[in-house]
Design a protein around this ligand. Structure first.
Ligand code: NAD
Length: 302
C-alpha cells in the first residue's frame, strides 16, 4: 500500500488550463498554489490575478480558489519557489513549448520535495523527451497528466509514463485523480498527442476542411457537431475557440513533425492531408485572433 498523499498541489501556469485545473482542485478541497510569470506592471495586473477574476465569473462559481490562490497572486518563480517544497504534486500547465517547459523544470528542480510527483499537462509533446531534460533526481517521479478542457466538466484524464517513471507513480496518481478529483483515467502510451487529442484533432481538422469546401457557416457546423452528436460542451468551432487556436496549432505541429502519410514519417505539405493547417486557421493565427483568450477567434465575439 503506497504512502503517497496529496496535501498540496502547485499548478504552474495560470492560463486557460492551469487556472481551471486549480479551481477544480480547490473545489475538490485540495489546497493549491497557482503560479505564473511575474506581472510587469504590478500584482493587480498579474496573470494569476486575472485568472482568478475570470474564475469568479464561472457559473457555478468555483469554491475557495480565491482565498487559496490569492496567497500567491504575486507569485513568480524567483520569489516564491520555497512554496513548492510543501507540494506533493506539481502540475506544469504552461504554454505548449518544449524549450519553455524544460527551462522551467530546471528552475523548479532544487525546490521539489523528495517523493513529490512532477507532471506535465502537455497536449501531446513527448513526455519522454521532456523527462530527458530533467535532472536525474526528478526523472523517476515525472509523468504526463493530461486534463481536458474544461477540466471540471471533462471526465477523462490521460496519464502517461516514460521508461524511467517508477511504476508506483501512475498508481498513486490514478488513485488521487479518481478518488479525490472524481475523474476517469486512461493510461496512454507516449505517442504524439496521446489518444484523445490524436483522434479529436483529426475530426476537428476534417470538419474545418469540409466546412470550408462546402461553404458552411460556423453556426451550422456547430449545430451539427455539438449536442446532436452527443458532445457535452460545444461544436467544432466553439470548442476550438475555447481550447485556444494557438494551442490547437501546437497540437497540429506535434502531429506534422511526428506523423504523416504512412511510411513518410512527416507531413511535407502542411496544407494537404488530414493534419494540414486549414487556411482559415492560419489567417486567424496570423491576426492573433486566438479564441476566448483574446476575445475573438472563429467567432468574432467569444
Ligand atoms: P495558455 O496559453 O492559456 O496559458 C499558458 C500560461 O503559461 C500563460 O498564462 C503564460 O503566462 C504561462 N507561461 C508561459 N511561460 C511560462 C513560464 N516560463 N513560466 C510560467 N508560466 C509561463 O495555455 P493553455 O491552453 O492553458 O495550455 C497550457 C498547457 O496545457 C499546454 O501544454 C497545452 O498544450 C495543455 N492543454 C491545453 C488544453 C486547452 O484546451 N487549451 C487542453 C489540455 C492541455
Amino acid at each position: 500500500m503506497s504512502s503517497f498523499q496529496v496535501k498540496k498541489v502547485a499548478v504552474l501556469g495560470a492560463g486557460v488550463m492551469g487556472a481551471q485545473i486549480a479551481a477544480h482542485l480547490v473545489n475538490c478541497r485540495v489546497p493549491v498554489v497557482l503560479f505564473d510569470l511575474p506581472a510587469r506592471d504590478g500584482p493587480k495586473n498579474g496573470i494569476v490575478s486575472k485568472a482568478i477574476e475570470g474564475l469568479k465569473k464561472l457559473k457555478p462559481a468555483p469554491l475557495g480558489v480565491v482565498e487559496d490562490a490569492a496567497l500567491i497572486q504575486q507569485a513568480n518563480y524567483e520569489e516564491h519557489m520555497d512554496v513548492l517544497k510543501e507540494c506533493d504534486l506539481i502540475i506544469e500547465a504552461i504554454a505548449e513549448r518544449m524549450d519553455w517547459k524544460t527551462d522551467l523544470y530546471h528552475k523548479i528542480a532544487p525546490f521539489v520535495a523528495e517523493g513529490a510527483i512532477v507532471a506535465s499537462n502537455t497536449s501531446g509533446l513527448s513526455i519522454t523527451t521532456l523527462s530527458e531534460a530533467l535532472p536525474d533526481s526528478l526523472k523517476p517521479r515525472f509523468c504526463g497528466i493530461h486534463f481536458f478542457n474544461p477540466p471540471r466538466y471533462m471526465a477523462l484524464v490521460e496519464l502517461i509514463n516514460t521508461p524511467t517513471t517508477e511504476a508506483a507513480v501512475l498508481d498513486d496518481l490514478e488513485a488521487f485523480v479518481t478518488t479525490a478529483l472524481g475523474k476517469g483515467v486512461i493510461r496512454a502510451h507516449d505517442t504524439p498527442n496521446f489518444i484523445a487529442n490524436r483522434v479529436g484533432i483529426a475530426g476537428m481538422l476534417a470538419t474545418i476542411h469540409e466546412a470550408d469546401a462546402f461553404g458552411l457557416t460556423y453556426d451550422v457546423v456547430d449545430d451539427l457537431t455539438g449536442k446532436k452528436l452527443g458532445r457535452a460542451s460545444s461544436g467544432t468551432f466553439r470548442t476550438a475557440d475555447v481550447v485556444g487556436l494557438d494551442t490547437m496549432a501546437h497540437v497540429i505541429k506535434t502531429l506534422q513533425d511526428n506523423l504523416g502519410p504512412v511510411g513518410s514519417g512527416k507531413v511535407e505539405d502542411p496544407f494537404s492531408g488530414i493534419y494540414g493547417t486549414p487556411p482559415v486557421l492560419a489567417r486567424l493565427l496570423e491576426a492573433k485572433s486566438l479564441g476566448q483568450k483574446t476575445g475573438a477567434g472563429f467567432y468574432k465575439k467569444v
